[in-house]
Design a protein around this ligand. Structure first.
Ligand code: ADP
Ligand code: MG
Ligand code: MG
Length: 897
């Protein structure tokens, strides 16, 4: 190592990722493996952290060490940095620990100035090339170091081409580039009052400083937030000798994936441009050529590239995303990293690598990001749908998305915040658009290939993306795009299909997702690993069947209130609530009973052989009644005639009743078991319906495992009372079968007091189901609707809270209550089963907590069942790995002594 901040490529290896960054560590690893990597060195992430610790100043001694490393490069290549006779040029490249494609900055051709450019002309005999390199340096330098908007440089280039009647960059000659260099330098002077630095060493210092700074630019911050990368990590800087893909037609640059990142197919996949440098391919400013064409253009290079790709994939045991450059027929590898891929591809590659003997099933299970499965199971466009296809672009990231067209990232963000679904349409997206990509349902671009930043970032986020759709004539200022003789305006609705590349006018019918063979395979492996049971939240037989198809092992939460809200039942429910007498109420309940019984029979049949947990009525009664303001308005407008008198009286009675049931804070009001205790006949009807359904199913030979769940218990007496009612009803309906059918009675734990007094409650419960939505509301004292609508987003933005606690379970607070309740509940009732229902049951991080807390099951919506199965397996693997490493930790001192 050269000093403490700098390490040459020869000295590092892939395992040094945290200090060298991913790019640097892999450049070192490839150098070791003897691959053709241009030589260079890496400035460590530690130097970056030190930079930020000292108010953004380069650590002392850092540049001296860099110059020493540079001197070795000069010796090795027999060139001099800043030497006009044999100029050495380098790139100064960002490279963080986790790959953040395009989010930070890189400057190429550092070392060129008014003198050395002439040296480069002499050395290559190619003035056009030399001045092309120079103008690129001044442009990148102006942009990255001086912060001048890229568009100002682009505009000068555009004007030059127009003035000279040229179409493409490649038509610009040496004199053109030379003129542009002068104009770019003048632009820098105008904008900053400073000159473009001529001294090569100054260039290097400023470039390193700028790359460190780019760690903290807005887009990098957004990216880190989305991907949960810590802000404190910092970036490394790689300084590397330049190789040139822009010297002529036997040169080029490109990106290649070892497998198709969109579908996962085992084919070389990528793009290249001849006579081009670095960013040209990934920036999406020219639409590049498919990698297969390289085989015809440069057969030898292609063969060597294909062999290298295979070698790298085998070495890293995963699909790689590789940057290469060809200089005068010679291949150089400039970067390799684990390739970002779509959810489909993740699965296929994982399963294939197991089949190829590269990975174990457990490794494949660990690799698939659980959150991505959710995207896999989203609906796709129905195959028989009639589509108004406007154009077809490149299928860059699969999935169908519908939304209103917007033309810039800020609007995308604003509209999405207002609850609209948007499709971000851009000529090309740059990394600066990341917040728009994040806000959009999907992304559509008219330029740029499958390896453009837009495509890579969208795939990484699991967003549908169609790119390089050149048929679109986008006029962002006007807010329109024209295609196939039609004009689509901002706000119009389009659908994109990222699997086929189709751009479709309007909304289109979607079909339910299928479980693919790969998904079934992966989940089968996950099932072998996990110990958490995964059950579903389902309120009707159809959802129950869907859940079972996705692998649910029962129903963990059936919310009976949904059964009360259908148009045929609501009037009866209202009559029941409005009844002035117990008799009146019983009459209405009598009509509801057979309906409820049928509901439960349907559920039991769909879940034959698996447990079904039914929660008795939970919400406050006023939720079933008409809105007060509406009633008042109706009364006001009702005619005063004699015939309508009855109607008016009825309305007045309704208003009285609605007013009487009104609560200041319904969330904490008369709901859940409080309702069941005050109006026992409601719960009795529900329980009777359950046992009647049990009886019918038993007679049919259906295996029923009924569980009755009492909501909102806060004091043991509530459960005690209601449990007695359930037991009584069981005997009354089922007689002798009451004992043999093995029904269970349990409670939701969603009031903090219930968690705290778990030891008293548990003897009356066969199971605890943590209703983490309510438990979070009551633990934080947030009413969810108010919190999410008002302050919670601001809290997360300002980092008061790391996450929205309604999405990711709060381990420290809510989690502590759960752990306490499990521990004390089990002490007084060893047979107690515990689980989580509510949205957290479908969140991978929260599932991790459930595993650690020793719960028996999680319950989530049917579509999240596959995700939960995978997350549960990953939680187990993670816990096992932690146990192993802490056991090793415990052994260490013993070994040392
Ligand atoms: P990013 O992280 O945005 O991909 P890179 O540091 O990888 O940034 O560099 C940007 C582009 O410049 C890439 O296409 C890369 O291959 C190219 N590049 C970087 N260093 C060199 C070099 N020494 N010679 C030629 N091309 C280079
Ligand atoms: Mg790169
Ligand atoms: Mg609740």
């Amino acid at each position: 190592m050269i000093g403490n901040w700098v390490m040459r490529f020869e000295e590092g290896h892939a395992g040094m990722n945290s200090i060298l960054g991913g790019k640097g560590a892999n450049l070192a690893e490839m150098t070791r493996a003897g691959l053709p990597v241009p030589p260079g060195f890496t400035i460590t992430t530690e130097a970056c952290r030190e930079y930020y610790r000292h108010g953004s100043t380069l650590p002392e001694g850092l540049m001296e060490q860099a110059y020493r490393a540079l001197a070795e490069l000069e010796r090795q290549l027999e060139k001099g940095f800043g030497d006009a006779n044999r100029p050495l040029l380098v790139s100064v490249r960002s490279g963080s620990v986790h790959s953040m494609p395009g989010m930070m900055d890189t400057i190429l051709n550092v070392g060129l100035n008014d003198d050395t450019v002439e040296g480069l002309v002499r050395a290559t005999g190619n003035p056009r090339f030399a001045y092309d390199c120079y103008r690129r340096l001044v442009q990148m330098f102006g942009n990255v170091v001086f912060g001048i908007e890229g568009i100002l440089f682009e505009r000068l280039l555009h004007e030059l081409k127009t003035a000279r009647g040229l179409e493409q960059d490649r038509d610009v000659d040496a004199d053109g580039w030379k003129t542009l260099v002068r104009q770019f330098q003048a632009l820098i002077r105008r904008q900053t009052g400073q000159d473009f630095p001529q001294a090569a060493r100054d260039q290097l210092t400023l470039a390193v400083d700028a790359v460190f700074r780019s760690w903290d630019n807005a887009r990098a911050k957004v990216y880190r937030k989305v991907h949960r990368i810590p802000d404190s990590q910092g970036t490394a800087v790689n300084v590397q000798a330049m190789v040139f893909g822009n010297r002529g037609e036997d040169c080029g640059t490109g990106v290649v994936f070892t497998r198709d990142p969109s579908t996962g197919r085992n084919v070389l996949y990528g793009e290249f441009l001849t006579n081009a440098q670095g960013e040209d391919v990934v920036a999406g400013s020219r639409t590049p050529r498919a990698i297969a064409e390289l085989e015809t253009v440069m057969p030898d290079v292609y063969a060597q590239l294909a062999a290298t790709a295979r070698k790298l994939e085998a070495h890293y045991r995963d699909m790689q995303d590789i940057e290469f450059t060809v200089e005068s027929g010679r291949l150089y590898i400039l970067q390799t990293r684990t390739g970002k891929r779509s959810a489909q591809a993740t699965l296929k590659i994982g399963v294939d690598l197991v089949a190829e003997g590269v990975l174990t099933p457990a490794e494949a299970v660990r690799r698939v990001e659980a959150g991505h499965l959710d995207q896999l199971l989203h609906p796709t466009i129905r195959s028989d749908a009639e589509l108004d296809v406007l154009a077809v672009g490149l299928p860059a990231s699969p999935g169908a998305a519908t939304g209103q067209v917007v033309f810039d990232a800020d609007t995308a963000e604003r509209w999405a915040a207002a609850g609209k679904r948007v499709i971000l349409v851009r000529a090309e997206t740059t990394p600066e658009d990341i917040h728009g990509v994040l806000a959009a349902e999907g992304v559509l671009t008219s330029r740029g290939g499958m390896t453009s930043h837009a495509a890579v970032v969208a795939r990484g986020m699991g967003k549908p993306c169609v790119c390089g759709c050149e048929a679109l004539a986008i006029d962002a200022e006007d807010g329109t795009f024209a295609v196939a003789g039609a004009v689509v305006r901002e706000g119009d609705c389009v659908t994109i299909d990222g699997a086929s590349g189709r751009v479709i006018r309007g909304e289109v019918p979607l079909q339910e997702a299928e479980m693919t063979a790969e998904l079934r395979q992966l989940l089968a492996w996950a099932d072998d690993i996990r110990t958490l049971r995964v059950v579903a939240n389902a309120d009707n037989p159809e959802d129950a069947r869907k859940a079972r198809e996705f692998g649910a092992e029962g129903i963990g939460l059936c919310r009976t209130e949904h059964m009360f809200l259908t148009p045929d039942r609501l009037p009866i429910v209202q009559a029941m609530i409005l009844a002035e007498t117990r008799e009146g109420r019983l009459e209405a309940l009598g009509r509801l009973l057979p309906m409820q019984r049928d509901d439960f029979e349907g559920l039991f049949r769909a879940m034959d052989g698996l447990p079904v947990s039914i929660r008795l009525l939970d919400p406050p009664l006023h939720e079933f009644l008409p809105n007060l303001e509406e009633l008042k308005a109706r009364l006001e407008h009702s005619p005063a005639g004699v015939g309508s008198l009855v109607e008016r009286q009825e309305l007045e009675r309704l208003i009285r009743k609605v007013k009487a049931l009104h609560e200041v804070n319904p969330m904490l009001g008369q709901r859940g078991c409080r309702l069941g205790i005050l109006y026992p006949e409601i719960y009795e009807m529900q329980v009777e319906a359950i046992f009647l359904a049990v009886q019918t199913c038993l007679a049919e030979g259906v295996k029923v495992l009924p569980e009755i769940m009492i909501p909102l218990v806060g004091h043991v007496n509530e459960l005690k009372l209601l449990r007695e009612m359930v037991d009584r009803t069981a005997v009354r309906v089922l007689h002798g079968d009451a004992l043999t059918c093995g029904y269970k009675v349990g409670t939701m734990i969603e009031v903090p007091r219930a968690a705290l007094t778990a030891a008293q409650i548990a003897p009356y419960a066969d199971f605890f189901s943590f209703g983490t939505n309510d438990l979070t509301q009551m633990t934080y004292g947030y009413s969810r609707d108010d919190a999410e609508g008002k302050f919670l987003t601001a809290y997360v933005d300002r980092e008061v809270l790391a996450h929205n606690p309604f999405q990711v379970l709060d381990r420290e607070g809510v989690g502590q209550l759960i752990e306490w309740a499990v521990e004390h509940g089990l002490k007084s009732q060893p047979a107690l089963k515990t689980g989580v229902c509510g949205e957290h049951g479908g969140d991978p991080q929260s599932i991790g907590f459930c595993h650690e807390a020793g719960l028996d099951y999680v319950s989530c919506s049917p579509y999240r069942i596959p995700l939960a199965r995978l997350a549960a397996a990953q939680a187990k693997l993670e816990a096992d790995a932690n146990a192993v490493s802490s056991a090793a930790e415990a052994l260490r001192p013993a070994v040392g002594h």
